[in-house]
Design a protein. Structure first.
Length: 293
């Protein structure tokens, strides 16, 4: 709608948008999100404040009270008892290599299944999915016997191989579904330009799917970092242990006090938290990339 003012100018009126009222479902969803956020934040809060208490301060004030003074004895004790820098390097080495190897294998498998359209594609994808459904407890004895025979027991490469296979099974299942919907026009145009299948994979498909691959790398790294059962079973020597294993073994062996236990949990959490914060923007872009074509 337009009107003419006193000097002959035409003015357009833009109707105001009505403010949408929140429904009961919106308030319930918001309340649920707040409850979930508190459930996640409270344990971290307890770990944080109890990491900087002395045992006497914890005994007098309990777990919920703020420390009377900052005390770093718990962090220092855990750092020295488990040789934390060595355990930190072991976790970074294992998690980093697993993330890289698993993504490369997943890309190659998904390229053959999703774009190559091999026979029995559906059944192959189902087999890869079943590999993630099997509990790790069922795999312990066969894997233990196999790595004993080849001389890789109590070696970080045994854990790297195991988790590379496990994570690449999930990656293959996910990427084969993504590559199955890849536009054929792009592939045909690259083939007409003389690109081989290998060139199409690394020059066309991988660059376009880079946001998805970045998300998978981040998840593979964090999942492998937090693994406990298989590293506990296959890395028995102190020099090869990862951070989660070192925390659990020290708790059972030395009977640490609560403040040192909290400090160990804090030190084990900080590396993955820093890793997540560094790649947070990459993770967000990768998750939202598939929403807009």
């Amino acid at each position: 709608m337009a009107t003419i003012d006193s000097i002959g100018r035409t003015t357009k009126f833009v109707p105001r948008k009505k403010k949408s009222k929140r429904t009961v479902a919106d308030w319930l969803l918001l309340t649920g999100a707040i409850v979930v956020g508190l459930a996640i934040a409270v344990p971290f809060y307890l770990i944080l404040i109890n990491s900087f208490k002395s045992p006497s301060d914890y005994a007098s004030g309990g777990p919920l009270q703020w420390p009377a003074a900052l005390n770093f004895d718990g962090i220092i004790n855990f750092w020295n008892r488990v040789a934390f820098p060595q355990k930190l390097w072991n976790s970074f080495f294992i998690s980093g290599l697993v993330a890289i190897f698993a993504v490369v294998i997943s890309v190659l498998n998904a390229y053959a299944i999703g774009i190559g359209r091999v026979r029995g594609r559906t059944w192959i994808v189902v087999l890869f999915l079943l590999a993630n459904v099997l509990p790790q407890e069922a795999l312990l004895y066969p894997l233990y016997f196999m790595f004993k025979q080849v001389g890789l027991y109590d070696n970080v490469w045994s854990v790297i191989i195991i988790f590379t296979v496990i994570q690449s099974a999930f990656g293959t299942y996910l990427l084969s579904s993504v590559y199955g919907t890849f536009p054929k026009e792009i592939l045909e145009a690259a083939a007409l330009d003389g690109a081989s299948r290998w060139t199409i994979l690394w020059r066309v498909i991988v660059p376009i799917s880079r946001p998805t691959l970045a998300v998978i790398v981040i998840f593979f790294f964090i999942w492998t970092w937090n693994e406990f059962l298989i590293p506990l079973s296959f890395l028995v020597s102190n020099a090869n242990q990862t951070v989660p294993v070192a925390i659990a073994v020290l708790q059972g062996d030395r009977l640490m006090d609560v403040t040192t236990t909290s400090a160990s949990a804090l030190l084990g959490l900080i590396p993955t938290l820093v890793f997540f914060l560094i790649f947070q923007r990459t993770l967000t872009r990768g998750i939202t990339a598939g929403a807009v074509k």
